[in-house]
Write a protein that binds this ligand. Structure first.
Ligand SMILES: Nc1nc2c(c(=O)[nH]1)N[C@H]1C(S)=C(S)[C@@H](COP(=O)(O)O)O[C@H]1N2
Ligand SMILES: [Mo]
Length: 396
């Protein structure tokens, strides 16, 4: 079986990047783990640098040992280099316009008068884990740190839309933040949701992360939270909501962030899909967080393997662990379930008795039976990665 953790490691060390890419004929802008630096940006702890302009920073895995990801450790991803670096709440407004009875403009004070909603939800970039794609694909070469589990506080999008009053013929809702393209030819980051999705109870305009203001880099003062769906829809520094009567022609909906239109969102590796749809719900995943891949352990000494598991809005029902490369599987103990959008922690006590190299695998299944494939599914944009990882732990 191809194992992503191990094969990528060997791939980097032994095969070499150029050889592998020559085989596929493409050269993505690759930044591998060994080449990454830890950097500190405003309001952030040391994160792994992907690009600095625009900032793309990834969370070191050690932060996922906690159920909740601290604000200063949450990953950062912007598409456009002209990002907001300060916002004056005295003049800032959230504008709702388009096909509505009454366009409205809300201050932070106005926003906070709507009923407050608080829940924990995983935020994950659609391209999280993209660096493990084989054959490799273009796009940010994320490891698994483009995700986090955060308690969001805010107000229902639906309440705001109803305040403005939806007119008949409304079809979708378009969201825009304060970030801008540097070059006029680059399309602004506009994302949209179909109207019925936008009106779902759980979608909020969030002004709090873990009980505090949002860091600037994570979208201060407010961002959209679409729990269960990939973070591309979670528009940051949200300032403009437009109700439309027809689907927008935005580049970020029509061309980017699309997946093959089939049940797996995948195609034969190296081929192009015939038809695509906008990316949406997250796939089910489980990750080993501690001890990290490649760790050395002492034989006879008890250790507790731990990690996280989550899925696109359905609670995790079961996590199975194998320490022998997939021959035998046993259930892990699950931590507290704090809601269907949160990740759950899993724990697996283990006492290896014989020295050697152990292949640890983890597999989660959610409450509607969605699980993880043994072999990674492939699509040209490097989205939806969720195969069962295979980790190497060395017992001496
Ligand atoms: N305004 C704005 N919002 C945005 C983006 C962006 O470029 N601009 N990127 C999206 C994508 S693709 C991701 S993965 C998340 C990243 O959120 P974070 O930086 O808070 O981790 O923001 C989303 N919202
Ligand atoms: Mo993303």
């Amino acid at each position: 079986m191809k194992s992503q953790g191990i094969s990528r490691r060997n791939f980097i060390k032994t095969v070499g990047i150029t050889t592998a890419l020559a085989a596929t004929g493409t050269v993505p802008p690759v930044l591998y783990a060994s080449e990454r630096r830890l950097v500190t940006f405003p309001e952030k702890t040391e994160l792994l640098l992907l690009t600095s302009r625009p900032p793309q920073l990834e969370t070191p895995l050690k932060y996922f040992r906690e159920l909740i990801t601290p604000n200063e450790a949450l990953f950062v991803r912007w598409h456009l280099a002209d990002i907001p670096t300060s916002v004056d709440l005295a003049t800032w407004r959230l504008v709702i316009h388009g096909n509505v009875e009454q366009p409205i403009s809300l201050s932070m004070e106005d926003l906070k008068k709507f009923e407050k909603v608080v829940y924990t939800a995983v935020i994950q970039c659609a391209g999280n884990g993209r660096s493990f794609f084989n054959p490799p694909v273009f796009g940010g070469q994320w490891l698994n740190g483009a995700m986090g589990n955060v308690t969001w506080g805010g107000v229902r999008l639906k309440d705001i839309l109803n305040r403005a009053g939806l007119k008949t013929g409304s079809m979708e809702v378009v969201f825009k933040g304060l970030d801008k393209a540097v070059l006029p030819a680059t399309p602004n980051f506009l994302k949209s949701l179909p109207l019925d999705k936008a009106l779902e109870d759980d979608i909020i305009v969030a002004y709090e992360m873990n009980g505090r203001e949002l860091p600037m880099l994570n979208g201060f003062p407010v961002r959209l939270v679409v729990p269960g769906w990939y973070a591309t829809y979670w528009v940051k520094s949200l300032s403009d909501i437009e109700v439309g009567v027809k689907p927008t022609g935005s580049f970020w909906m029509k061309t980017a962030y699309r997946i093959p239109d089939d049940p797996c969102g995948c195609v034969e590796p190296g081929t192009a899909p015939k038809k695509t749809v906008p990316i949406n719900r997250m796939t089910t995943r489980s990750l080993l967080i501690n001890p990290e891949d490649g760790s050395r352990l002492k034989s006879g000494q008890p250790v507790e393997l731990m990690g996280v598991a989550f899925s696109g809005g359905y609670s995790i029902k079961e996590v199975l662990v194998s320490v022998d490369g997939g021959m035998n599987w046993r259930p892990a103990r699950l931590g507290k379930d704090i809601g269907r959008y949160s990740w759950i922690q899993w724990f697996y006590p283990w006492q290896p008795v014989k020295p050697g190299s152990y292949h640890v695998m983890v597999r989660a299944t959610n409450s509607i039976g969605e699980s993880q494939p043994l072999d990674a599914l492939w699509n040209p944009s490097g989205y939806l990665l969720n195969n069962i990882e295979k980790h190497n732990l060395i017992v001496t």
